[in-house]
Design a protein around this ligand. Sequence first.
Ligand SMILES: C[S@@+](CC[C@H](N)C(=O)[O-])C[C@H]1O[C@@H](n2cnc3c(N)ncnc32)[C@H](O)[C@@H]1O
Length: 216
Amino acid sequence: MSVVMSRIITRYSNEDNNTNLSCGGNIVHLNLKPGEKVLDLGCGRGGETLLAAAAVGTEGFVWGLDLTPRMLDLARERALTENIYNIEFVQGSMEQIPLPDASLDAVLSNCAINHAPDKLKVYHEIFRVLKPGGRFVVSDIMTDNPLPQEIKEDPDAIAACFGGAITVREYEEALAAAGFPEIDIYKERRYLKNGYEMISRTFQGVKPLERKGVNQ
Ligand SMILES: C[S@@+](CC[C@H](N)C(=O)[O-])C[C@H]1O[C@@H](n2cnc3c(N)ncnc32)[C@H](O)[C@@H]1O
């Protein structure tokens, strides 16, 4: 049973069971190469976006997309301070990525997709913007059992990086429906967050060179 109400600590803690370490470090699995074009979805303050920009070099380019202007201001400041210019931070939703079809070699996203209400739409968008053969590496959270409806609808719980989690089954169905029927899982960890059993997973998918037998 995933729900242990007695463990709810505050509204809502990030500190129980080191859950603030639930995602991260996915960029190493992308094996970025000089010249590649990359998108960081839900880039926040741009930590991984800047690492990606360094990895692709001046021949490549990296976009960081985030919904929150304050996060983007901080990310832009960091890029300026570090003299990184092959980068652009863009405000917008990952459910409607403001980049052309088949324009990217790689997409990364670190603990952000769970915040989006429609994960299927996000993965359709990732599929759309990747070039054939392009790959994504995502760290995200999910659950074995559905979270209670009141948690799923609570903006504070979503902002605290757990209320937006869907089940592994729902997640994998969304991936398959968007065109990623197979994923490679690099890392998986189970932990309690505010009394709910969560799964943090880092995984990769590849856009096939030719799309076959996928419902869209
Ligand atoms: C937990 S933070 C992760 C930030 C960053 N990826 C990192 O690892 O530090 C989640 C980020 O997702 C952004 N976000 C939430 N919903 C979004 C959406 N629909 N589209 C784009 N960004 C979104 C938030 O503004 C926030 O910066």
